[in-house]
Design a protein around this ligand. Sequence first.
Ligand SMILES: C[S@@+](CC[C@H](N)C(=O)[O-])C[C@H]1O[C@@H](n2cnc3c(N)ncnc32)[C@H](O)[C@@H]1O
Length: 285
Amino acid sequence: MNILDHNKINFLALENAISKPHAYQKSTVPFWDDPYISTQMLNFHLDPEVEAASKKAETILAETAFIEETVKLDKTKAVIDLGCGPGLYVNEFAKKAGSVLGIDLSQNSLDYASKTILPQHKNVSFIKMNYLDLQEESRFDLATLIYYDFGALNLQEQAKLLDNVHRVLKKDGIFVLDVLTDQARQVESIDVKFHQKGFWSPEPYMEIHRKLIYKDPLIRADQYTIMDEAGHVRIIRNYDRLFTMSEITNLIIEHGFRITGLYRNLQGDPWNTSSTTMGLFAQKI
Ligand SMILES: C[S@@+](CC[C@H](N)C(=O)[O-])C[C@H]1O[C@@H](n2cnc3c(N)ncnc32)[C@H](O)[C@@H]1O
């Protein structure tokens, strides 16, 4: 998309590019696998002090310890980590599990994961694929989808993901995920910044960041409209469905699971109604 028309700014096009999209309207670029953006993302993943693309290193260790203890992970068990990124969770699960498969859309993250993890853990493999296209059946004892990625999916995708996970799990297999709750609402705002180079591009660009909120269902979103000096525009949109306890548990149950654990997070802290996050364990029936 370009908002220059015969060397003039097309204000109507610009207004459209920053307008509030309908909930779950897609980004105009596949940013997870964009070579430059995914390199920036990888830097965030790997910063142990920053809670951005991945959680902090100490949080990951506490979460993997709690998950491993809860599902009694051992060398008889096969794990699949959906949206594994650079494999920070895979690396921990590999020490206890029989096998671990990490899947992700980002080639950059998978290259890093393969380079750092495969030499140390012979029981690990990585595949570049969309978890919405997962086809296998009854192969895994544990499936994980961590860092609120479930809520980034639209309603049809959430249903598809749950069906896929149900199919790939063995009988009594466990699905572990975390979501944001209705207590994580945000106030709508708009913010404009100019960068010589930055997260979205190595070239100068303008970033118009809108924080958005939708009701029924409750969703919060971040929309970044990125315009370069030539007027070329990319729009990146991230969504977070904010679930009540009954909404998320009913949805999971409708797809053939029983809820076996519900916490404030995946470290096992007790959940209460003011929690902004929720960690869930669901068993395939
Ligand atoms: C917020 S990051 C979390 C990464 C990892 N779970 C962690 O916590 O370190 C989300 C990851 O999901 C991947 N991803 C997003 N949509 C995906 C999809 N449809 N299929 C597979 N991977 C996806 C992204 O490339 C990214 O690595």
